[in-house]
Ligand binder design. Structure first.
Ligand code: MEV
Length: 421
């Protein structure tokens, strides 16, 4: 049989038939095929309705970050990640931070921006005036497209931008500002943009409607969290080392990228656990980090007059507690319940605090023992398991010996495993 990736009608097949075809194509053995088809708590029927061409489900560990005290309220944060050390690190930071009073947060309203782009408009200034003169009608029309108004949200404002291009002259771009309440908002915003674009086109009588889509640079949906860690809990030397590391990130994009990756280790894991769109969150965070034209860290560190360490974070977080996978994925629903967040904004403030804790843990570790000390033990466990060690006793022995020898590798783990057998 010809081996081709052109599988016409693949999407129409039942899940089992699809998997059979893929197993054939990729020469999957029985064990591999069963690993894909075995389901946990996400029913295959639900999975099949969530995305296209489903052949199975994929499990990752759900862990819980502990010790979070945010605005004097206790929280636990479920996280889904493949990376060892992440959850232990944020839990440790949160413990230290709660000893100094916990996190304090604030945020803007959960406003997303929808973009409606026009090209070929000759008189940009005149067109701008016409759109603004009709603002109320346009906002009303946008709000007819969705139920957000019923919850106190909806399209609230309309702004005009002019974007110069290399080959297509100036683009006129209308920004529709939509308060999305407890939804992430992409569907509502995109629907509104598509509807309103036609109305604007009718008003302008020139130009072409182009892109109509939400922006993930959610500059109107900003979340902030801060904490102070008492000098005595860290020591002045460690504080100075952390501050040096922060300034390193502030002045070097190579370091800033890793600094921000550490923040997103926390935020993306919690976002995934709660069935939200990790890519939207990442796009928003990184574009915000670069908004001044220089890629900067998402957190800030400084000392107060008493020498305590003040840390803070500010970033856009477009999270929802209703709609999408939060509704259909049973684990996402349960995880949201674990957070105890009653609004999307409360969830975002919690996740910003998590990002801050995650970042502080990384800076503290790198500034003192180095990141590998804590990381290596868990890494060694993964290696021990991947060479076939199954019971705790075997795993612990392989890990202990590799750490003592300072030689953590698959080859060494295999040798020790063989010796144990
Ligand atoms: C590893 O996943 C994340 C860190 O590299 C973050 C950082 O360097 O700040 C530890």
């Amino acid at each position: 049989m010809e081996r081709t990736s052109k599988l016409s009608g693949f999407y129409k097949l039942p899940v089992e038939e699809r998997l059979k075809k893929i197993a054939q194509f990729a020469d999957l053995n029985k064990e591999e095929t069963e690993a894909i088809s075995k389901t946990g708590s996400l029913p295959i029927e639900t999975a099949n309705n969530m995305i296209e061409n489903v052949i199975g489900t994929y499990e990752l560990p759900v862990g819980v970050a502990c010790n979070f005290l945010v605005n004097n309220k206790d929280y636990l944060i479920p996280m889904v990640t493949e990376e060892p050390s992440v959850i232990a690190a944020s839990s440790n930071s949160a413990k230290l931070i709660r000893e100094s009073g916990g996190f304090v947060t604030n945020s803007t309203r959960p406003v997303m921006i929808g973009q409606i782009q026009f090209s070929g408009i000759k008189n940009i200034a005149h067109s701008r005036q016409i759109i603004l003169e009709n603002k109320k009608d346009l906002l009303d029309y946008a709000n007819e497209q969705d139920i957000l108004v019923r919850f106190g949200g909806g399209a609230k404002e309309l702004e005009i931008r002019v974007v110069p291009t290399q080959n297509f002259g100036e683009l006129l771009v209308v920004h529709l500002l939509v308060d999305c309440c407890d939804a992430m908002g992409a569907n509502a915003v995109n629907t509104m943009c598509e509807a309103v674009s036609g109305k604007i086109k009718g008003l302008l009588k020139e130009g072409t409607v182009g892109f109509r889509i939400i922006s993930n640079l959610a500059t109107e949906r900003i979340v902030r969290s801060r904490a102070t860690i008492k000098k005595d809990l860290l020591g002045s030397d460690t504080i100075d080392r952390i501050l040096t590391g922060y300034e390193f990130a502030f002045n070097d994009p190579y370091r800033a990228a890793t600094h921000n990756k550490g923040i997103m280790n926390g935020i993306s894991a919690a976002t995934l656990a709660c069935g939200n769109d990790t890519r939207a969150i990442e796009a928003g965070a990184h574009s915000w980090a670069g908004i001044t034209g220089k890629y900067l860290p998402l957190t800030k560190y400084e000392k107060d007059q008493d020498g305590n360490l003040c840390l803070s974070i500010e970033l856009p977080l477009a999270l929802g507690i209703i709609g999408g996978a939060t509704r259909v994925h049973p684990i996402a629903r349960a995880n949201l319940k674990i957070t105890g967040a009653k609004t999307a904004t409360e969830l975002a403030e919690l996740f910003a605090s998590l990002g801050l804790a995650q970042n502080f843990a990384a800076l503290k570790a790198i500034a003192t023992d180095g990141i590998q000390k804590g990381h290596m033990k868990l890494h060694a466990r993964n290696i021990a398991m991947s060479v076939g060690a199954k019971n705790e006793d075997q795993i612990n022995k392989i890990v202990a010996q590799m750490i003592e020898e300072k030689k953590i590798s698959m080859d060494r783990a295999k040798e020790i495993f063989e010796e144990l057998k």
